[in-house]
Design a protein. Structure first.
Length: 175
């Protein structure tokens, strides 16, 4: 159960994240030995849409993707809509794709990928309302529980978390 020992996984979120889409993958990677860190647009504490509070470990301005092994983008409409407007967050996400590191996105977490210009030729899934934005950014959108396209792991909703977590752990273990 410790095949992620030594791996560092960043979770990028801000207020309004979908609680279970942060906590479930967080618990999954740490239970397998990874070190999880919360990155946000500003220091302090962020609060999920259902009230889960989490302390921010570092900001998008102060965090370097090359020091990390993987990235997870939890959903939540407010989170997904806000995080994509932070230029440092967009650059942070782009850096993971530039280094071909695993990126896990669920629900509205994938919205920032359109702004990061990393979807051309990719296949992924998300919450259905993102389909148009993601396809307009060059992706092929499919309605599946989990989609793995190279280092990109995507899922639709909290109902998909068991499959998402399993695929995410496999992707991180492979690097």
């Amino acid at each position: 159960m410790s095949h992620l020992t030594g791996k560092k996984v960043a979770f990028l979120a801000t207020n309004g994240f979908e609680d279970s889409e942060l906590t479930s993958p967080w618990n999954a990677v740490t239970e397998h030995g990874a070190e999880a860190t919360l990155v946000s647009t500003r220091a302090g504490t962020i609060t999920g849409k259902n009230g889960h509070e989490q302390t921010v470990d570092s900001t998008t301005l102060d965090t370097v993707a090359s020091a990390l092994d993987a990235l997870v983008l939890p959903g939540g409409v407010a989170n997904g809509d806000t995080i994509r407007t932070d230029a440092d967050a967009v650059l942070f996400v782009s850096a993971f794709f530039g280094e071909d590191k695993p990126v896990g996105v669920i629900c509205h977490g994938g919205w920032i990928l359109a702004d990061a210009n990393v979807l051309n030729g990719r296949t992924l899934t998300s919450y259905p309302s993102l389909k148009t934005d993601l396809t307009n950014a060059g992706a092929t959108w499919v309605d599946q529980e989990v989609v793995v396209d190279g280092s990109l792991v995507s899922s639709r909703t909290p109902d998909d978390l068991p499959a998402f977590n399993e695929a995410l752990i496999e992707a991180i273990a492979a690097v």
